[in-house]
Design a protein around this ligand. Sequence first.
Ligand code: MN
Ligand code: MN
Length: 454
Amino acid sequence: MYAKNVWKKMTSEKNNQVNEFCEGYKDFISVGKTERLCVNEAKAIAKKHGYKELSDYKSLKPGDKVYVINKNKNIALFLIGEKPLTEGLRILGAHIDSPRLDIKQNPLYEKDEFAFLDTHYYGGIKKYQWVTTPLSLHGVICKKDGTTININIGEDESDPILGISDLLVHLSAKQMKKSAKEVIEGENLDVTFGSVPLKDTEKDAVKANILKLLKDKYDIEEEDFISSELEIVPAGKARDYGIDRSMIAGYGHDDRVCAYTSLKATLDIDSTEYTSCCILVDKEEIGSVGATGASSSFFEDSVAELLSLSKKTNYLDLKRTMTNSKMLSSDVSAALDPLYDSVSDKKNNAKFGYGVVFNKYLGSRGKSGSNDAEPEYIAWIRNIMDSNDIHYQTSELGKVDEGGGGTIAYILGEYNMNVIDAGVAVLNMHAPMEIVSKADVYEAYNAYKIFLTK
Ligand code: MN
Ligand code: MN
């Protein structure tokens, strides 16, 4: 087979580059626990690389660096190329939302002298993985007076953490007979929030004490939860994994590992023939829907704005720009797990340490819902990967009829541009602690960089 283990050919010089790159990535996911925080980080890093807001430009020339932010949860970056936009872009697209528990709109309640926050899970999770593990709370509370309060509880060493309880094993005779799907009910994923009653209060004294605390610390009322966006996520930083430090354990590798590598690939280039683009989207885990998801007109509108700064305001110019573009849908792949290898066709499954992964198609059953990349496009990609010594492998999402899934690839494909899924293999996908191989992270970054310059 063409795919080779990257570590076997690793020089000490390259190993240093891998480690340095992965330290930056670990910092990024340790801070970027929500899509908003990822957008903030991406914006901060982009500004350091000379990127400016679209509204700062009156016209565009090759080498100009532009970013556009949509509703604080969605960012697009463009490096203007030598060729006219209508000849197409080179696009890297990743999602920055990850599975988690969202706080309900009316979340706070008291039961048996505990205060709880009621949640509604977001994305595909195994519910039993989210109990008895350290959790943190991130997000915003928007008040009627127009102010926004940022919340971040559980990351700092001196912070309290939050968590969800599970039944002690001694009394679990009935619970242990339930299927894994039902052993933890969605409505039982409620976060323990406090246990001290407010003095001289009769009813719901613990809840009253929490409300007093929220008022004192954040100046919010209970009703302000209505206009909040609060996410419960695993607490703590990304760490090296394995005694050889070859892997990274962390929350949200899906898909922040591809978001970071795509972002860095874009920022580390100063000139290209075709205009480069990195788009980071929200809502992939619930179907890429809504204003900040990949299905939103935000991306198309941003390209139209770029065209208008280049004096191209014809509808056909926009259509040609999209159709002539090439895209890598930067999303993660399911890595072969030796403990669960029965779900994988080993000769068609991504492996740790074998480099960036290309998925011609994903989908379920008979490839349903899949973007099926064109072989002519794959041949073009093989050529640029091979001639630049990039380690790559191909994959499917498990054996036929084992399950399935999708990415944003088909959405951009609907503009009639060439798109293929390309990303990093992940173990424990969608678990509170996901794993990636450092070699693959670095190889994805290199592959993305090469793609943007071809
Ligand atoms: Mn993903
Ligand atoms: Mn996912």
